[in-house]
Design a protein around this ligand. Structure first.
Ligand SMILES: Nc1ncnc2c1ncn2[C@@H]1O[C@H](COP(=O)(O)OP(=O)(O)OP(=O)(O)O)[C@@H](O)[C@H]1O
Length: 233
């Protein structure tokens, strides 16, 4: 916390903190990371708790800045959507429908865009008449369904998903994976999923990146073998 305050003060005066070495108790959350994401890539980010998946995803999505090194986008990218804590941002006293408008605004969507996407969201989520029920009465899985249907309705060039399927039933998960494959494997877009449930999505991905203590320890196009090696170790 002390370092954070010191750094904030430094930033406040328009400077960037530069340290030649780590301060006491600091460590690199990510180090020597180097890879490309291509059009039509569906990449699984795997790794143990604390290996750096979320940090990397947030950096790629532009939420965290890099302290060293660069992230370059070579193609024209109009929309990047990143999904962390899929169920967050819902207001329990508003209905599902009202919450869709609220949450979609966080993703930068206009009212017109949401109106256009609403039919898809209703049919994909399959929550039926619950759409006009306060979301506080929803189960965790129903909230996930609604939030995920909203995300999938948005035509993003790059989609980052961090552990978003935990509360979904297997039927909905399968439907999402099928949709993601159709949408992200051949339309010039890209999908990056950080997950511990990679066996469920091994068919979906064309690349696997395994992180350990902030470093890439395996990067392979043989996703099935990569997952076998990862789980064996
Ligand atoms: N805001 C933060 N401040 C300080 N350290 C952080 C912060 N966010 C993450 N870390 C640290 O960075 C490391 C990587 O965390 P990260 O959340 O990226 O791991 P992860 O692979 O996504 O883990 P999990 O599988 O548990 O979600 C961890 O040691 C974590 O404690």
């Amino acid at each position: 916390m002390l370092y954070g305050i010191k750094d904030l003060i430094t930033y406040f005066f328009g400077l960037k903190p530069e340290y030649s070495s780590l301060r006491k108790k600091e460590f690199w959350a990510l180090q020597n990371i180097n890879f490309h994401i291509y059009e039509n890539d569906i990449v699984i980010l795997a790794g143990l708790n604390g290996s750096g998946k979320t940090t990397l995803t947030k950096m790629l999505a532009g939420i965290y800045e890099t302290e060293r090194g660069t992230i370059e986008y070579h193609t024209k990218i109009k929309k990047i959507i990143s999904v962390f804590a899929i169920k967050s941002g819902f207001n329990p006293i508003l209905t599902g429908r009202e919450n869709v408008y609220l949450k979609a605004a966080y993703y930068g969507m206009s009212r017109k865009e949401i109106d256009e996407n609403m039919d898809f969201i209703i049919s994909f989520s399959e929550i039926g008449s619950f759409l006009d029920t306060p979301i506080g009465k929803y189960s965790s899985g129903m909230k996930t369904r609604l939030a995920m249907s909203l995300v999938l309705s948005i035509k993003s060039d790059i989609l980052f998903i961090d552990e978003a399927f935990s509360f979904s039933d297997s039927k909905f998960k399968t439907k999402c994976f099928k949709f993601l494959k159709e949408e992200y494997s051949n339309k010039g877009r890209a999908l990056i999923i950080a997950t511990h449930r990679f066996t469920e999505i091994s068919d979906l991905a064309n690349r696997l990146i395994v992180l350990e203590k902030g470093k890439i320890i395996n990067m392979t196009v043989d996703v099935v073998q990569g997952i076998k090696d990862y789980t064996a170790n």
